[in-house]
Ligand binder design. Structure first.
Ligand SMILES: Cc1cc2nc3c(=O)[nH]c(=O)nc-3n(C[C@H](O)[C@H](O)[C@H](O)COP(=O)(O)OP(=O)(O)OC[C@H]3O[C@@H](n4cnc5c(N)ncnc54)[C@H](O)[C@@H]3O)c2cc1C
Length: 432
């Protein structure tokens, strides 16, 4: 069997793996390879999402400070990267609405979080009901907050572009190669399905999205966590709704500790309007259709039944009630559109005829059955694993990628490159 030697192997060619590869190839002399199971890059969560560059007002700085910082920095970095490379980046803003009076306190809490997370009073504002009516006359709500520092983009295009740039700086790619396991001796021997080659590396970075917990468990890390999957489905809005609002409209979720956000009214970078996503519990990170789900169900049920945390969650009546609502909105188009009609009453479900592209979130739960609020970055001597990398993960991928690479440079796993030509970035500036 042919052997290929690299300093670093990155498992997963989504936006996170490609961002890491891009900074690693541009800032260091290390030889690197990206191992990807699909025949192209960015084929899972990185293309199956809402396409928003999120401003950090929904993230409690006490629990999600890393996510909030990455989102704040990510906006500037994506704007620059998209501008230089002529990729879509539309600064179109977002409105978050309270559909009942009781939710107004939550809006004030979001304002406070947004300011703590670095947004300014020009960028994030409270709007009373009458002010909302002036900005978005078709929206019905008690009050809202509006954020002008929010944008729409196409993360699939960005992911593919990052991978091309990484290749220009010397990174190798291995598509159609599914990581199976590795053996650790003096170096790592990585075995994959789909290729006759054996990969030898000094260091592994696990950025494999919905599969990442399995790889971490394989090296004895994060064993206290389990993952649950939630399919976010969309319906495309017909042309007649093109002028309904100027910006995307989100509504305050009732239970923010669960991954069940209310479906939004979305304006995509190319102008398409959609409602979604819901969050239907499914059995695998790739269960995009109901038939996929049945195929994967037995293995997941068996795995979950060995976790006390997951079993606790399954007995939590509030979780089950919310999950049932999500199932119903998956089966019934009317139920899904009705959730958005709470703030856009003129929508008619009969006008929606085409589903959008569904995507799957993989959320970690702990031993108590609580959802883990923040991304986890875990390491041992020869590997680093990024887990629970959920929304706004695409927004924050560039700064998170830069941070991981700078950490490896500091620890001496990588050495700085001196002669790779003009770079767009000054890494110390990014990390400030
Ligand atoms: C419905 C939905 C809406 C979202 N909306 C937004 C949004 O508006 N804004 C935002 O910022 N974020 C959003 N997100 C979150 C964002 O999309 C993700 O955080 C981000 O794409 C994660 O990137 P990733 O590279 O970690 O994962 P992925 O894109 O899933 O990449 C992981 C890669 O690893 C590969 N892989 C897995 N296992 C193996 C293996 N064994 N061998 C080789 N390769 C493997 C996969 O094929 C895949 O290409 C949304 C997510 C969802 C699901």
């Amino acid at each position: 069997m042919q052997q290929l030697h690299f300093d670093v192997a990155i498992i997963g060619g989504g936006i996170l793996g490609c961002s890491i590869a891009y900074f690693l190839a541009s800032f260091s002399n290390a030889s690197a390879v990206v191992i990807e199971q699909e025949n192209n890059f960015g084929m899972h969560a990185s293309r199956r999402n809402t396409g928003k560059v999120h401003a950090p007002f929904l993230y409690d700085p006490a629990k999600r400070s890393l996510t909030a910082k990455a989102a704040l920095k990510g906006f500037d970095m994506l704007r620059k990267y998209c501008k230089v490379n002529s990729l879509p980046f539309k600064e179109d803003g977002v409105m978050e609405v309270a559909t009942s009076e009781g939710q107004i306190d939550t809006l004030h809490r979001y304002l406070e979080w947004g300011y703590k997370n670095g947004l300014t009073e020009d960028q994030l504002k409270f709007l009373a009901k009458e002010e909302v009516a002036k900005v978005e006359p078709n929206v019905s709500c008690h009050s809202a907050i509006v954020c002008f520092r929010d944008a729409s983009t196409d993360y699939e295009l960005i992911t593919k572009h990052l991978m091309c740039d990484a290749q220009k700086f010397g990174c190798r790619v291995m598509p159609n190669s599914r990581f199976r396991n590795f053996a650790h001796n003096n170096h790592l021997i990585i075995r994959t399905e789909g290729t006759e080659k054996e990969i030898i590396a000094n260091y592994v970075i696990n950025a494999s999205g919905g599969y990442s917990l399995n790889i971490a468990h394989g090296v004895g890390l994060a064993t206290e966590y389990r993952d649950l999957y939630f399919r976010g489905e969309y319906w495309q809005a017909p042309h007649e709704y093109s002028d309904l609002t100027r910006m995307s409209i989100y509504s305050v979720p009732k239970y923010s500790e669960y991954p069940f956000l209310n479906p939004h009214w979305i304006i995509r970078a190319d102008g398409r309007r959609e409602v979604g996503p819901n969050a239907v519990p499914v059995f695998s990170p790739y269960s995009y259709e109901w038939t996929d789900d049945l195929k994967n169900s037995m293995a997941k049920i068996f795995q979950s039944s060995t976790s006390i945390g997951v079993m606790r969650l399954m007995m939590n009546s509030q979780f089950i009630r919310l999950a049932s609502k999500e199932f119903w909105s998956s089966i019934s188009k009317r139920a899904m559109v009705n959730r958005v009609r709470q703030f856009l009453p003129s929508l008619k479900s009969s006008a929606f005829t085409t589903r959008g592209v569904a995507g799957i979130r993989s959320s970690l739960t702990d031993k108590e059955g609580n959802f883990v609020p923040e991304m986890l970055i875990l390491e041992n001597d020869y590997s680093l694993h990024i887990l629970n990398y959920n929304s706004p993960g695409a927004t924050g991928a560039l700064p998170v990628g830069a941070k991981i690479v700078s950490g490896l440079l500091e620890k001496g796993y990588l050495h700085k490159s001196s002669e790779k030509g003009e770079s767009l970035w000054d890494i110390s500036e990014i990390l400030e």
